[in-house]
Design a protein around this ligand. Structure first.
Ligand code: TXA
Ligand code: MG
Length: 323
């Protein structure tokens, strides 16, 4: 079966998506960060289908997408810091990991049996419309096979999971192009669990300094596998001044030449929004190696460098199999 792609702002497409979700089926849908594969988070079988579709071997906890802080507070305990961040940045590309409430309704599989829960209210109008109409929280990881690059267009989703989804809502290209920033607020320390589409400084302006988990503490963020975001064939070489013969150059800033430039004007937001699509395109063009210009580490550069580092660490993927 190949997925049907429908324009997501069309009323019929929206109601079809909502119907499928309520029946426990999977739907590919756009968010402002990347495309997600969504399921009813209160339905364990539906959630299990997500893991199967993605070939995700371990039951990593999923982000639960809600419409509002009020809906989020049914499932998670928001302290003053969590509430301040949600009030300031939701809807938007920020995921908050907080303790779960006593009667969370959420399928245990969605939170991998942890006593914490990751919640986010996405800003994309299609995601918002679907969540509002379905009246259920949606578990939605990025709509790629495990270990592969996150999709930033409906066509990317069809490429990754097309034979495993009945419906993909098309909302055009994702604006941010990088996954949400994940912040852990389960004890006195606030942790930056995953750098992402919202820069660290914006968050620190509201709640003060974010700690970095030592060695990406698996207990705090089990899904942060190193081998992630990897192209299928191409190697990735970081901080390159130029390309070697046969190599693609993924450029950043004013350059005489590059195969693809993430942002000629050196704009990190523009680079973030183009990153995954560029890696995908160069990989599909058959390059054995992709050299990447140095990307500054400040602002969104932190998340861009994080994804590139992960892509570089495991150069060759033989198949869709996960670690
Ligand atoms: O932008 C995004 O966040 C996208 C769109 C679709 O919303 N979703 C996404 O989901 O990136 P996923 O499943 O690919 O990443 C979820 C991240 C993982 O790093 C996971 O470990 C972390 O969130 N996470 C989820 N629940 C957690 C929890 N209870 N404690 C710690 N980390 C958690
Ligand atoms: Mg992902």
């Amino acid at each position: 079966m190949t997925a049907v792609i429908r324009c997501g702002l069309n009323d019929d497409a929206l109601s079809e998506a909502v119907e499928k979700l309520r029946r426990g089926e999977l739907v590919g849908l756009p968010t402002e960060t990347v495309y997600g594969v969504a399921a009813d988070a209160t339905n364990a079988e539906a959630v299990a289908r997500i893991f199967a579709a993605k070939d995700r071997p371990q039951f990593n906890p999923l982000i639960i997408h809600v419409a509002s802080l009020a809906q989020a507070e049914r499932h998670g305990v928001f302290d003053a810091r969590a509430r301040a961040l949600a009030e300031r940045f939701w809807p938007g590309p920020l995921t908050l990991v907080v303790p779960q409430t006593d009667s969370p309704e959420i399928a245990r599989l969605a939170t991998a049996g942890l006593d914490t829960i990751a919640l986010r209210a996405p800003a994309h109008p299609i995601a918002r419309a679907v969540i509002a109409a379905a009246k259920i929280p949606l578990a939605a990881p990025s709509a790629n096979r495990s270990g592969s690059i996150s999709p930033t267009s409906a066509a990317d989703v069809a490429n990754e999971l097309g034979d495993r989804l009945g419906l993909i809502l098309d909302g055009g290209r994702c604006e941010a192009g990088l996954e949400s920033t994940v912040v852990g607020l389960i004890d006195d320390e606030a942790y930056l669990l995953r750098p992402g589409a919202m820069a660290r400084d914006e968050i620190e302006d509201v709640i003060g300094p974010l700690a970095t988990p030592v060695n990406e503490d698996a207990k705090r963020s089990p899904g942060l596998l190193t081998r992630h975001y990897a192209p299928r064939r191409a190697r990735v070489r970081l901080d390159a001044d130029s390309a070697r013969p046969g190599e693609a150059l993924l450029g950043f800033g004013a350059l005489d030449w590059s195969t693809v430039n993430l942002s000629e004007r050196g704009d990190l937001a523009e680079a973030a929004s183009r990153l995954f699509a560029a890696l995908r395109a160069l990989d599909e063009a058959g390059y054995a190696s992709i050299a990447v210009s140095p990307i500054p580490a400040h602002g969104l550069g932190e998340a861009i460098r994080d994804r590139l580092k992960r892509a570089a660490e495991f150069p060759v993927r033989e198949s869709h199999e996960s670690p």
